[in-house]
Design a binder for this molecule. Structure first.
Ligand code: T5A
Length: 231
């Protein structure tokens, strides 16, 4: 596991709860679109950006795997022994279980304490991969999402938009996990799903085909526009 994908916190300064609800930021996109890279940038930049209230902390987390239960589920979902690979419906329910635990034990308490949460993937990934990719009912997925999140939505979702061919090029030479190994047609449906979801859910698109520094600058600009004094 890469260090930047481990759940953790960064503080502007140690301190108590800030009194107002924190912000919930999510990065979404196809495999290899650059989420980890941008998470590493944002984890450095956000605490110095002036956006967090004094004393508020930044929590870095991810799905699946943002809690101890989630880490066990992540292993089952992405690297199961062959005989234990979940069918599509079980896969959907395991991602929902991971999210329910994550929201309840980590994300909601952090937001209520006035902290910010930066999450690598959230419910949009379930709609993209299990809905558009696997072809499971989007209506059922919405119901499960409502149950798992208790209605919690991101304050801002950054969609890293990258052509599938480029994501495959970036990931070449790296062992694929079970989801990534589901085939080209599946990944095309997922990529198409992300584009549809971005429109439906009003996500902020970032052109992920640019150099990493340019993507970082664009995301910092968006955050300042949205959450800065004039936002
Ligand atoms: N999933 C997840 C579901 O099916 N349903 C769900 O509900 C949820 C929550 C999770 C898997 O689970 C699935 C989706 C996934 O298949 P993951 O750990 O989140 O797995 O895996 P990925 O999202 O695939 O993470 P990756 O680490 O593979 O990709 P990233 O984080 O998007 O990309 P990153 O930053 O590691 O970059 C990949 C490569 O590209 C380079 C990097 O250096 C790296 O080599 N790179 C760039 N190169 C050029 N220009 C740029 N701008 C670059 N940015 C990064």
């Amino acid at each position: 596991m890469k260090a930047t994908k481990t759940a953790g916190t960064a503080a502007t300064a140690p301190g108590p709860s800030t009194g107002s609800r924190g912000r919930f930021l999510v990065l979404e996109g196809i495999d290899g679109c650059g989420k980890t890279t941008q998470l590493a940038f944002l984890s450095q930049w956000l605490p110095t950006s002036g956006l967090l209230a004094p004393g508020a902390r930044l929590h870095l987390t991810r799905e699946p795997g943002g809690t101890p239960l989630g880490q066990a589920l992540r292993q089952l979902l992405l690297h199961p022994p062959e005989a234990a690979a979940p069918c599509s419906t079980a896969e959907l329910l395991l991602y929902a279980a991971d999210r329910a635990q994550h929201v309840e034990s980590t994300i909601r308490p952090a937001l209520e304490a006035g902290d910010w949460v930066l999450c690598d993937r959230f419910s949009g990934s379930t709609a993209a991969y299990q809905g558009y990719g696997r072809g499971l009912s989007l209506a059922v997925i919405e119901q499960l999402e409502a149950m798992a999140t208790g209605g919690l939505e991101a304050d801002l979702t950054l969609w890293l938009d990258l052509p599938l061919a480029e994501s495959l090029r970036r990931r070449s030479g790296r062992a694929a996990d079970r989801i990534e190994a589901s085939g080209q047609a599946f990944l095309e449906r997922v990529a198409d799903g992300f584009a549809r979801l971005a429109m439906q859910r009003r996500w902020q698109r970032l052109d992920a085909h640019q150099a990493p520094e340019q993507v970082s600058q664009a995301s910092a600009r968006l955050l300042l526009e949205r959450f800065g004094a004039g936002g």
